[in-house]
Structure formats: C-alpha cells, structure tokens
Design a protein around this ligand. Structure first.
Ligand code: ME8
Length: 666
C-alpha cells in the first residue's frame, strides 16, 4: 500500500477565466485524492495558478490593468470555481507569492553555483503564445511546432540550463520506469522527442522585453522564464529548501496534466530535478483533450464550455460524474450537452435514482421507515445462503475491485461503469424478487431480506461513488440512516454493515430527471411535473434534511408503482392502419403498415388469430411509438400496438371518434 499520496494539477494561467478543461483536471485530482483518503492513505492535494510571463502581461495590458491586478482578479474566479465544484485541495499556490518566489530564487542560485546554468548569446525562433524558443529544425513549415503560429527570430544574451547533458540519463530512466510517464503512448511520444539532440533550455528573459517575472538572483537585468518558474511550484508548495522535513514527507508527487504540456513535464521538469539531485515524480499522467462536439474548444469558435454554468444548471455532482464517467483517461472525449443529459438521465435519474426511490419508498410503505433485516453480523452472513443474495453480493464486490483496479490503471471510467452495472443488477434483483407480491402475500421474512439486500447495495454503490459525487452520495447515505457518510474502503468491502432499525428517510428524487427540449416540444413536460408533484404528497424536494416515510399512499401499497416520470417516458400515439397481411410461416403474426402523422411505419403484431387483415384497414389504433425496434421472424417491427386481453379473448385499443393519426395518448 502507498504510504502517502501527493497529487498535483497544472497551475493554471491567470490570463483568462477557467473552462471545462481546467475543471476536468482539477476534479480528476480531487476524485483521486478523495479515493486515497478513503483508503486511509495520507494525502496532499495541490493546485494553484501560474501568474508570471507574457500571456498574463498581455492580458493585463489589454484590460488596462497591471499584471498583478490581472492575477488577483482572475485567481478569484479559479478559487470560486473550486469551491463550487467541491474541490478538496490542501493548498493553493500562486507563483506571485513570496513563499514560491523564494524557492525559485534558491533553485536558480543553487544550479548557477553548480555550473548548471550559464550565460550565452542566443539566436533562435521564439513563439510568443507558447513562450518557448525553437531551433530552425524544430519548426514545421516555418511555424511553431506546438501551436502552428508564426514565430519571431530573436538574438539576445540569455541564461541557459544545461538540459542537454541529461538526455541519455532521461531516456534510460523513462525506459526503466514504466510508471513514470502514463499512458504508454505518451511515454513513447516523449521517447520519440528525445531521439533528437536535446538543447539546453533558455531560462531567462531580458527585462527590457518582459518585465513580469521573478528576477534572476544573479543578474537583475533578467527575469525567469515562466516555465522554469512554474514547474518549481510542485516543490515550493511543500517546503523545498525551507522545511526539509515537510518536503521529504510528501515528495515525490503524481502530476496530472493535459497532453498539451507533456514536454515541459516529462523533459524539462525531470532534468531540473535531476540537476538538483532530487527524486523523480512518481508518475506524470497526461490526459486527453475535451473537445466540444468534434472541435477544439476555443474562444474564437465561441464554444468554450463554462463549468460554472454547467454546475449551476445540472448540479455539481452530476457534472463531476459526467466528466469522470465519460472520459477514457488518456483519450480525447467529446462534450455535448446532449450527451451529458443522456448519461445523466440514464445512469443517475433512471438507474441510480430508481434504486434509491424503490428502496426508500418500500421501506417507508411496508416497514414504516425502519430498515428491516439482520441485527448482527451473524444474521447478515446467513442471508448469503440465498444464492440470489450471494450472487448480488459477489457483483458488489466486483464493483469494489473494479473501482480499485480502475484507480490503479487510471481508468476511472471503467470503475464508475462497474458501479453502475452493480446498480443495474440490484434493480434486476428487486424486480425478480417482486417485493410488492411478497408484501401482499405477507411473506415478511422474504420481503425483509429483499429490502435489506437492496439497501446494502445502495450503501456499497453510494460509497464507491462518493469521491465522484460527494454531496449526493452523502445525502443518500444519510437517507439510509447512516452516520458515517464519508465511507472507508474497508467498509465497502464488508457485507452486512447496515443494521435493522436504522431510520430510512425519503429525501425525494436525488437526481430529478432532466426534461429535454424534444420532450418539452411534445408537451409532456408540464404535465409530468405538475402531476408528479401532486402525486408525491408530502415529500421534500431537496436533498437536505428529509422526512420520515410515514404517509404511504393507499394506491401505492397495492403493488410496485411507477412514477409519472416513468410512465411518461413511454410515448403512446394514435396510428391509422393502411396495410395488413399475414406473415408467412406463422399463424399468429400480422405485418401492419400504419400512418402516424407524416410517418409511415411497419409493425408486427400477434393478433392474426383475432383479426382478419382486411378488417384492420382504416382503424385508428394505439401504438407504443418509442419502443426499441425489434425483428420478429425476420420482419422489423417499429412499435407495438395495444390490446386488451383476457383469457383467449383479445380486442384492439381504438380511439372513440375521429382524431388525427400520430396524436399523443395520455
Ligand atoms: O499550461 N481538455 O496552464 P493552462 C482537457 N500554466 N484539459 C484541458 C483542456 C481541454 N480542452 N484545456 C486545458 C498551463 N486543460 C501552464 C501549466 S504547470 C507547472 C503550468 C487543462 O491554464 C489541462 O490540464 O493553459 C492542461 O494541461 C491545462 O488545463 C493547461 O492549463
């Protein structure tokens, strides 16, 4: 087991406000830090801002303010966003803080004294947006190899760090430490870069060209190159050169970065550390890019996603969940609001929310809000004699292991998917066990077992997701009557933690379904929310607090109820039959062609023993229009007609009077 975990994000430039890319790396670091704390590992999580250099100076000039004012204004936006997004960083470092500047000067002086930094005439190509020098052969079609923008020829005296001498050592180190640069293909990218000669690094800027930076301790005509300054944050924040004990306590770190800053982190930084005689970072993990649709996010395209807006609109935890579940770490991922809503509705509102609603409402209805089940560990263990319970417990343990593996392999998306699959298995377990029938037939022990097992599943799955959705999962665990809302991994590996008698409270929908614009256009939205509010009686809508479940409604106690939300997902429409024929080789099936408004559709219906094809032509029937298409005897059916049946008798549902085909049925 790791004995400590020091995780960092890049420190972000303060030339502009934060966007979803910044939010992503920071949420990722937060989630990893929270899992680490959950494992009981001592954890330190650092983020901050990169406040020197040309980018910030330019932004300040454009705004008519000083660079320090620019930094002071923007840093507030970052800090406010991290607060909103429930980020639990232990420190926030700004490169304009004295504690940082002091260490940068110390590092510079140390390297200068040891001959690792020298002064020389420089002649090269400079890319202002990237703030980097390139040699002639680095350029791609005379443009910057990184950002593909024009470069300027610059000749000036500068200070250089002897980076080139560490090339062979670095190649060797990377080869021998597969964990050092992750994922693999990024390691190969760095190794590819190191195949060419490695130049020394220009680490100064003459003040006459750029004033906004940390002055070199050995030459007051120069300031420090912004990258040389910024990278040092990872050690200045933990007391390098100032508090040696603290520094040794935390270093080395796991650095999370985007793929855009791979070279600075996997070449500049390791060589700087080597020159200082310090150990290498444990891992540098470069994640992929969030694209908006298929495009890169950029101000000029006007497609920058504002994380604050998303969190406001859909809730912080749902936003965190989406980012973690959607991106396969290392790869690029596409952000669209549509995919966000789809995942939210499927995973959270339907699967997860549904399980919670079922468990809470049935415990309220059948057991007056007190969790039934085992009173001690022995009784809990006995439940596992039931093969269905044991199989569900095994699935939950798979989810725990899957999450642990996901964390090790930096594939959080897989860890999260494993939890959702356990949630779905629990929903199936409930459906299969039919607790509403057990209640009706007074099978108390069996009913108690189902309710308890489903609640245990919620305990484990909510615990596993709590680093991703801290606030919602804490609310859920409180709803189960748990005091320990911040779970430990050990608890999640155990079975039978909940105890009979715990007070289960209804906190209303944890993830209210998002009604899409399409649904609104259908006119179903207003009906839905109006109805569901009335149907919910005294339930509270917010996730805070909660009322004890005691006002079960009569009609709900008869059997498993669906909410109006559930029902309204089924799209019923009128359809006019325009063609009908028997399907060869069967005596039950008819193929129908129906008109639904402008649309013509084919259906397959098992009504051949009740209707002659010709009798159907012209009838206006009712069809489930959004049923997943299926092939029946090789014939595609896009929808299902409704019929009333009893015994052998079957009669189609038709409409009482004239109405256009395609009309909504409610
Ligand atoms: O580079 N998708 O700061 P920066 C995913 N100050 N992540 C993204 C992203 C996107 N579309 N856009 C940005 C700097 N990021 C330097 C770092 S560290 C010593 C100095 C994230 O404000 C990603 O983590 O440009 C990327 O590496 C970082 O923001 C760049 O932030």
């Amino acid at each position: 087991m790791k004995h400590h975990f020091y995780v960092t994000t890049p420190i972000y430039y303060v030339n502009d406000e934060p966007h979803i890319g910044h939010a992503y790396t920071t949420i990722l670091a937060d989630v990893l830090a929270r899992y680490s704390r959950m494992e009981g590992v001592r954890t330190f999580f650092l983020t901050g801002t990169d406040e020197h250099g040309q980018k910030v100076e330019r932004a300040a000039r454009a705004a008519g303010i000083t660079p320090q004012e620019q930094a002071d204004r923007t840093v507030v936006r970052f800090k406010a966003l991290w607060k909103k997004l429930e980020i639990t960083n232990d420190d926030f470092i700004r490169t304009t803080e004295e504690r940082h500047k002091q260490v940068v000067r110390l590092v510079l002086q140390e390297l200068y004294d040891r001959g690792e930094i020298y002064r020389a005439e420089y002649d090269g190509w400079y890319c202002t947006p990237c703030e980097r020098f390139f040699t002639e052969k680095d350029l791609v079609e005379d443009l910057c190899p990184e950002c593909h923008r024009p470069v300027e020829r610059i000749t000036e005296t500068n200070y250089f760090f002897r980076m080139g001498r560490y090339r062979d050592w670095l190649v060797e180190y990377i080869r021998e430490h597969p964990q050092f640069i992750q994922p693999d293909f990024r390691r190969n990218e760095t190794l590819g870069f190191l195949q060419q000669e490695l130049n020394d690094l220009c680490i100064s800027r003459p003040k006459r060209r750029l004033g906004w930076g940390i002055e070199l301790p050995f030459d007051s005509d120069f300031v420090t190159y912004v990258w040389f300054d910024a990278l040092v944050n990872y050690i200045s924040a933990i007391g390098y050169g100032v508090d040696e004990k603290r520094f040794r306590d935390w270093w080395p770190a796991v650095h999370l970065i985007g793929k855009d800053i791979l070279t600075t982190h996997t070449v500049y930084w390791p060589t700087m550390l080597r020159a200082l005689g310090l150990p290498m970072p444990r891992t540098i993990f470069a994640h992929g890019w969030w694209l908006v649709g298929r495009s890169k996010m950029s101000k000029s395209l006007g497609n920058v996603v504002n994380p604050m807006d998303m969190a406001e609109k859909y809730g912080v935890d749902a936003f965190r969940y989406f980012l973690m579940a959607e991106m396969a770490l290392g790869q690029d991922a596409e952000f669209t609001e549509e995919s966000f809503v789809r995942r939210y509705n499927t995973d959270l509102a339907n699967d997860f929310g549904n399980l919670l609603r079922r468990v809470v409402s049935m415990i309220g209805r059948y057991r007056d809000g007190a969790l039934p089940g085992p009173r001690n560990a022995d009784e809990a263990a006995k439940l596992l004699n039931d093969p269905d319970v044991e199989s569900l417990r095994a699935k939950l343990m798979l989810a725990v292991e899957g999450m642990e593996r996901g964390l090790q392999e930096m594939r959080l998306d897989r860890g999260v998917a494993g939890v959702l699959s356990a949630v779905r298995a629990t929903n199936r377990f409930v459906e299969h066990s039919r607790p509403w029938d057990l209640a009706r037939s007074q099978k108390h022990a069996e009913l108690d077992r189902v309710l308890y097992v489903a609640a245990e599943s919620l305990r484990v799955t909510s615990g596993l997701l709590s680093p991703v959705m801290p606030e919602k999962m804490a609310a859920l665990r409180r709803a189960l009557g748990m005091k320990a809302v911040d779970p430990k991994m050990q608890e999640l590996r155990s079975w039978g933690v909940l105890r009979a008698g715990m007070e289960v409270v209804d906190i209303g929908p944890l993830f209210p379904r998002v009604v899409t614009d399409d649904e609104k256009a259908d006119g179903t939205a207003s009906g839905r929310s109006g109805r569901s509010d009335r149907g919910r009686g005294k339930r509270k809508n917010s996730t805070s607090g909660g009322t004890k479940m005691e006002n079960a409604r009569e009609d709900e106690s008869r059997e498993e109820v669906v909410t109006y939300d559930d029902f309204s997902r089924i799209e019923l429409r009128t359809a006019k039959v325009v063609e009908a024929e028997r399907i060869e080789g069967t005596d039950k099936l008819l193929r129908l062609e129906v008109l639904m408004g402008e649309e013509r559709r084919q259906l397959v219906a098992g009504i051949a023993q009740h209707y002659e094809p010709d009798d159907l032509i012209g009838k206006t029937i009712v069809v489930v229009a959004n049923l997943k298409p299926a092939k029946i005897r090789g014939v595609e059916s896009r929808g299902m007609l409704l019929a009333a049946t009893r015994g052998e008798n079957l009669r189609l549902l038709t409409v009482d009077g004239e109405i256009a085909s395609g009309a909504q049925v409610r």
